[in-house]
Design a protein around this ligand. Structure first.
Ligand SMILES: CC(=O)N[C@@H](CCC[C@H](N)C(=O)O)C(=O)O
Length: 374
């Protein structure tokens, strides 16, 4: 497979971003490509909108798994690229088009150059939510194939092409989504005393939530409470009966997640009492931290340093979340950042990763897997 073909694939995938568990076109596209490869060593199984692809090794002693996530985000793309999203309101703004393309490039290489060990490629839906890794891990297919070792990458816009970064131990935070619905009493804007205004209650709650990290969490144990979306009201002269806050919680430790949630619940109770309203909290999808197994991570970092021209950096942990953490909880392995050099970061409408990073990643992974699996 040549690099131009991979670029075409990446652009095709970039045009059709789909949200979690709706990756129908994406799945179809991947299946079509995989069916064009020589089939002798391949076993392909669909799982919801995801796919498992096994390449049978020549003399297997273990199974090495590689995971790529598939879903896009509900963001209106603003890159102005020729191959920008054709799905209005959705965009591959977290690099999953890169992740899938790289997986296809590596898969293609090993179909033509089989190694001793079995390889398992996992195309996983719904990483951005509600989370595909945990149910995929519990699937009969995963239980049957039961890989011995697993790894994955994530694009890093802030790193130059030709650079990767990772670390042994904690890499990504524990996360929980957060949805809070408030219900008060609406009415005419001119008669506020006859209402319980949920715009005011929601605004107060957003402000109070900011005190959790600054006042309830040990400063040496980081946490984040972000409200990314507020919806409320209908027109400018009606007092809103309802408001909805949508956000996310991130913590480095499992204990702090519990603490943050206790504080949110206490503050929400206070808002209910103070603004005479009803509140409902829903924590949505929760992701377990990404914990890189120490030995394999160090071995990988030293392999990259000694055997390739790629610069490998030891990074610090980040407050990003990844449901790949569930896979790493059960199967030893690691995740690393791949430099893609974009001035706009992850989840930005102008994210435009440098496509040269695809070749860097495919070459690296082919080299590393050949070394591990022979
Ligand atoms: C790498 C990355 O950006 N991952 C997402 C995962 C989102 C998890 C969930 N939907 C949440 O918002 O908590 C991230 O936002 O870190």
């Amino acid at each position: 497979m040549n690099f131009d073909e991979l670029i075409t694939i990446r652009r095709d995938l970039h045009r059709i971003p789909e949200l979690g568990f709706q990756e129908f076109k994406t799945q179809q596209y991947l299946l079509q490509y995989i069916s064009s490869l020589p089939q002798e060593r391949l076993e392909v199984k669909k799982w919801k909108t995801g796919i498992f692809v096994k390449i049978n090794g020549v003399n297997p002693k273990q199974m090495i798994a590689y995971r790529a996530d598939m879903d896009g985000l509900p963001i209106e793309e603003e890159t102005g690229l020729d191959f920008r999203s054709e799905h209005e309101g959705n965009m591959h703004a977290c690099g999953h088009d890169f992740h899938m393309t790289i997986a296809l490039g590596v898969l293609t290489y090993f179909v033509h150059n089989p190694i001793c060990d079995d390889l398992l490629f996992i195309f996983q839906p719904a990483e951005e939510g509600p989370g595909g890794a945990e149910p995929m891990l519990q699937s009969d297919i995963m239980k049957e194939w039961n890989p011995d070792f697993i790894f994955a990458l994530h694009i890093a816009p802030e790193l130059p092409v030709g650079t990767i970064a990772t670390k042994p131990g904690l890499l990504f935070a524990n996360t929980s989504e957060l949805f809070i619905d408030l219900k008060g009493k609406g009415g005419h804007a001119a008669f506020p005393h006859q209402t319980n205004d949920m715009v005011v209650a929601a605004s107060m709650l957003v402000t109070q939530l900011q005190s959790i990290v600054s006042r309830n969490i040990d400063p040496l144990d980081s946490a984040v409470v972000t409200i990314g979306k507020i919806t409320s009201g209908t027109v400018q002269n009606i007092i809103a009966e309802r408001a909805r806050l949508e956000g996310t919680i991130r913590t480095l430790s499992v204990q702090s997640m519990k603490k943050v949630k206790e504080r949110i619940e206490a503050l929400v109770k206070g808002i209910e009492a103070g603004y005479q309203c009803e509140a409902m909290i829903d924590y949505g999808a929760m992701y377990y931290q990404v914990w890189n197994e120490e030995e394999r991570t160090r071995e990988f970092m030293s392999f990259v340093e000694k055997e390739t021209n790629i610069i490998v950096k030891q990074c610090t942990e980040q407050m990003t979340g990844e449901d790949f953490g569930y896979m790493l909880k059960e199967i030893p392995g690691f995740m690393f950042w791949l430099g893609v050099d974009s001035p706009f970061g992850l989840h930005h409408a102008k994210l435009n990763p440098n496509e040269n990073a695809i070749k860097v990643a495919v070459d690296l992974l082919c080299q590393y897997i050949s070394w591990k699996g022979n």
